[in-house]
Design a protein around this ligand. Structure first.
Ligand code: ZN
Ligand code: ZN
Length: 268
């Protein structure tokens, strides 16, 4: 049984192809389940569409949901299409986001921290000229936010939990007990983390989270799901078998996808 829960499409302004192209790619690769999880609009902002190259407009979200539901129906006999979203986690406007999602029949919500101290984690310039202390502070704030996102109860999945290394790989070597603290908290919530195979699209290479973090996640028995974070249909299901083998090798026996916000266990 094969699935991929983390996919984007043209609506976010930086991905290629229609939603249906991703479903077709999933079918071609023999997936049984495909989750649609485009970036959430900036629900906490006054403007309808403040960043057209990062996410869809607030006013587009209802049509986004409708399109997933139409395709769910259309492909019912061929592949299971799930309604997801990759939601930003902003501490101050989390409740606003939750109120919106509560209106829709979401199968799952991926909670991702993309902003730390108000700056995008993938903004390469954010690392220029930082002192060691500032780098440590940034990493600790990132894990504080991840921990808080886990405790929010809004999410079934936490997205790419070491993506802060994307354009600053050496931050993985910065020691802080905040990482294990976050893992401990995540393990106490009903939330999974994803193995996100898109690290290779950034300077860090490989997957999120990196191998040592994944082994520590196993130590805490944190449930796992899979996401390619495809911004191009060609990446759907990428590395699925490699991830599966790796998870088995570190002791995992099953992983999960989510239907109607309930975990569905799939044997590895
Ligand atoms: Zn993301
Ligand atoms: Zn994503």
């Amino acid at each position: 049984m094969k699935f991929d829960l983390h996919t984007h499409h043209y609506r976010c302004g930086h991905a290629r192809g229609e939603m249906e192209d991703y479903i077709q790619a999933a079918l071609a690769r023999g997936l049984d389940v495909i989750g649609i999880s485009d970036h959430s609009p900036y629900f906490g902002r006054e403007e309808n569409h403040p960043y057209p190259t990062l996410t869809m407009a607030k006013s587009e979200f209802a049509e986004y949901v409708n399109e997933v539901r139409r395709l769910k129906e259309k492909y019912r006999d061929k592949i299971e299409v799930l309604l997801g979203v990759e939601s930003d986690y902003f501490e101050k406007s989390a409740q606003t986001y939750k109120n919106v999602y509560d209106h829709y029949p979401m199968d799952y919500i991926i909670g991702s921290v993309h902003f730390v101290h108000g700056v995008n984690i993938f903004d390469k310039n954010r690392w220029n000229g930082l002192s060691e202390k500032e780098i440590l502070d940034t990493k600790e704030e990132y894990y504080r936010l991840i921990e808080k996102s886990a405790k929010s109860g809004m999410f079934q999945v936490l997205g790419h939990i070491d993506a802060i290394k994307g354009y600053f790989p050496s931050i993985s070597d910065v020691k802080t007990n905040k990482v294990d603290h976050a893992l401990h908290v995540i393990a106490d919530q009903e939330v999974a983390i994803e193995v996100n195979t898109s690290g290779k699209m950034k300077d860090c290479g490989g997957w999120y989270p990196s191998a040592d973090l994944l082994e520590r996640a196993k130590y805490y028995n944190i449930p796992i799901t899979l996401g390619s974070d495809s911004h191009d249909p060609e990446r759907i299901g990428e590395d699925l078998d490699l991830v599966r083998k790796h998870l088995k090798s570190i002791g995992y026996q099953e992983w999960y996808f989510f239907r109607n916000k309930k975990p569905v266990a799939v044997s590895l």
